[in-house]
Design a protein around this ligand. Structure first.
Ligand code: NZQ
Ligand code: ZN
Length: 386
């Protein structure tokens, strides 16, 4: 096992009725900016619960953060934070609203020239404006990690950012919020969280037996819960397990002391930036071919995954590894998610070259857990995924 330092300061308030407790987590004299998305919270009762809980606080609202949080919209919110002397941010939404709030937490205290530099120059945020979250969509794990991904539509770019100052102070995980989520977004959450685990697990073994079993248990739980939650999102038992699995998939626990990959996400983010494809679906497009392209490096872990998660017991290491990859694609299909770029756009020719050029220009020359995945490899994986 590799060395690690683990510190996750986010307080989790899990379960039914926990939204009413947020006022205890926010300083009484705070001036709060309540941030939300396209308005789902105003239709499903979450907005009322939040505003009721904050009755005795000073609150200003900013709605309209779109899926794949958009830089120009967030810059409007930043203007309000400054002109209104906001001291606390509260995200009420899915990964996009929480990520947008993290960007604002960083930008509010940023002393450089332009907040855009935080993204393009990969500036880590050591101290951000304090913020909390009320999660409305299990998927990204953003509610208990310190990363964010921000989009700029005008240049078709999407950049990751983060730093120890960007953990939410608290996050409410109330599984009853799931009942209003549309099927498409439920499927996205089930796919995104699954790939989060894979990116931290399908690498090479460093003898971290417990981390492997953490990863496998999250995968198994997601597989078990997927048909139940798609059939009935108001099933509280399924909703609780779905929500907690998504958080555990990317709150930093399963990645301690083990190598991570993240290439599927790096290529996938470009597909969202270029075509607007939902984040989770971009991952489903890339996963199979990333693993086939890197089979030699990853086959031991893939075979272990196939055996322990999918009960594939027959065959050589390579045969079991390939069976594991096939099972993963079937899992995406079982969620109703297509796995080829051409299922989403007719305009796919040239995508591989664009991605390779972008990665080269950004100096992303050595990706993957061994630092051996080049922009040319990314282009090959992309072409296999047309
Ligand atoms: O905007 P509203 O009206 O709220 O509707 C949203 C949105 O249209 C809707 N929704 C959310 N909760 C709902 C609901 N509808 C009904 N009932 C509810 N309870 O769902 C739609 C999608 O929401 P969004 O927040 O965009 O989805 P998700 O949580 O999948 O977030 C995706 C974003 O997170 C980033 C992605 O790149 C993408 O930008 N990621 C963030 C990560 C992180 N911070 O750690 C890691 C991930 O890998 C990912 O990259
Ligand atoms: Zn993801």
């Amino acid at each position: 096992m590799n060395n690690f330092n683990l510190h996750n300061p986010t307080k989790v308030l899990f379960g039914k009725g926990q939204i009413e407790n947020i006022s205890k987590e926010i300083p009484a004299d705070a001036k709060i900016l309540l941030l939300y998305g396209g308005g789902s919270i105003k239709k499903n009762g979450i907005y009322e619960q939040v505003t009721e809980a904050l009755e005795s606080h000073k609150v200003i609202e900013f709605g309209g953060i779109p899926a794949n949080p958009e830089y120009s919209v967030l810059m409007e919110a930043l203007g309000i934070i400054k002109s209104e002397n906001i001291t606390f941010l509260l995200a009420v939404g899915g990964g996009s609203v929480i990520d947008g709030t993290k960007f604002l937490a960083a930008a509010a205290l940023f002393e450089g020239d332009s907040p855009w530099d935080i993204l393009t120059q990969n500036i880590r945020t050591e101290v951000g404006m304090p913020f909390g979250a009320v999660l409305t969509l299990p998927a990204t794990g953003s509610e208990m990690n310190s990363g964010a991904v921000i989009t700029r539509a005008s240049t078709k770019e999407k950049y990751a950012m983060g730093g120890p100052g960007l953990f939410p102070l608290f996050s409410v995980l109330d599984p009853t919020v799931i009942k209003s989520i549309p099927q498409r977004q439920l499927a996205n959450g089930l796919a995104d969280a699954f790939v989060h685990v894979l990116e931290q697990y399908i690498t090479y073994s460093v003898g971290a037996d417990l981390q492997d079993r953490f990863a496998e248990s999250v995968l198994q739980t997601i597989i078990e819960v997927a048909p139940k939650i798609l059939k009935d999102p108001s099933d509280y038992k399924a909703a609780s397990n779905f929500m907690w699995s998504c958080t555990m998939a990317l709150n930093g626990l399963i990645s301690q002391g083990v190598p991570s990959d993240w290439s599927i996400h790096m290529i996938g983010h470009e597909l969202t930036a270029l075509f607007g494809i939902d984040h989770a679906r971009t991952l489903a497009i890339i996963t199979e071919n990333h693993y086939l392209h890197n089979l030699d490096d990853k086959k031991e872990k893939l075979a272990q995954y196939a055996t322990r998660v999918w009960n594939v017991t027959e065959g050589s290491i390579e045969e079991r590894a390939k069976a594991g990859i096939q099972k993963t694609t079937e899992y995406f299909h079982s969620l109703g998610i297509d796995t080829k770029l051409s299922d989403y756009t007719d305009d796919y020719e040239g995508t591989a070259e664009i991605i390779a050029t972008r990665f080269t220009e950004r100096g992303w020359l050595k990706m993957g857990e061994r630092g051996t995945l080049t922009p040319e490899d990314a282009a090959s994986i992309m072409k296999m995924s047309y």
